[in-house]
Design a protein around this ligand. Sequence first.
Ligand SMILES: C[S@@+](CC[C@H](N)C(=O)[O-])C[C@H]1O[C@@H](n2cnc3c(N)ncnc32)[C@H](O)[C@@H]1O
Length: 325
Amino acid sequence: MQAVFGFMASRALTVAAMLNVADALQNGPCYYVDLASTVGADQRSLHRLLRLLVSLGIFEETAPGTYGLNAAADLLRTDHPQSLRDMAVMITSPSHWLAWGEFDAAVRSGESGSRHAYGTDLFSWFQQEENSEEWELFNAAMTSFSAGTAAAVAKAFDFTPFGKIVDIGGGHGMLLRQLLQAAPQATGVLFDLPGVIEGAAQEDLGDRVELVGGDFFEAVPAGGDAYVLKHIIHDWSDDQCVAILRNIADGMAPDGRVLVAEIVMPDTTEPHAAKFMDVNMLAMTEGGCERTEAEYMVLFESAGLRLVAIHATESVASIIEGVRA
Ligand SMILES: C[S@@+](CC[C@H](N)C(=O)[O-])C[C@H]1O[C@@H](n2cnc3c(N)ncnc32)[C@H](O)[C@@H]1O
């Protein structure tokens, strides 16, 4: 029954995040009547929403009708360093809700739910003016999600041996900033689409970072010692991934490293975030998926690379390390 009702849990969490209930409880537990007036909700309806979430382990009921934060609910605070608030809002917002409504069509056809819902791919839909709020929300969710993984990646691998670190599809440089902090002697290259790099130029990334705009299907900056790709590979089909990785293999220093940061799909039947993330990629993207270690091995081999290790991090993502074959 939990699985049958699963979408209600997700939607309830979104609504609690939209109402910023966790922020309203920052200074301690609150009776639902007062809480409702703080967050702008109907009293009895808020009580019913929170009763469900408490039963799922999110928020706690400290006295009848009085709700407070627990560790899970704390992650819904907007100012939590690993905040999942924007992610919780986004996951059932129109961009995802409408595409997931077409999930049956996605499974039948192998095309994305987005394409069935919008007649185009998700990112083209985001670029339409009337969807700009959804685009902003998506970016905010990705930034907060990425913040947690970026710190974990910088911590889980020794970047100090590298002279030049290239972040492929590095966005506005959040990860590269942390990698250069961890490797004070290294220089960095931030590579992304020209429009994104224009945005990155507004950030103060320090004088060790070179900004390069381009298309990773065409070419990537040459001569790097480490090429980092965080949440890039899972966006693309096998052929597209091989094209990106081959461009890197062709251009990197002879003893360079490719470091792919992704959630690795376990081979076992255990519950794992990768399995949710993977079907979300099916619903939302054109050919994106999460891959097993064996699948990464094949991708690397096809691109002239050899997978040498997989490093766990404190986050759900691992670092998949490759060298030239
Ligand atoms: C899912 S985001 C990941 C961003 C960042 N690495 C992170 O982990 O937060 C994918 C990134 O790939 C970039 N990108 C997409 N297509 C690209 C292309 N053809 N060439 C270069 N960058 C591209 C996007 O602009 C975006 O910044």
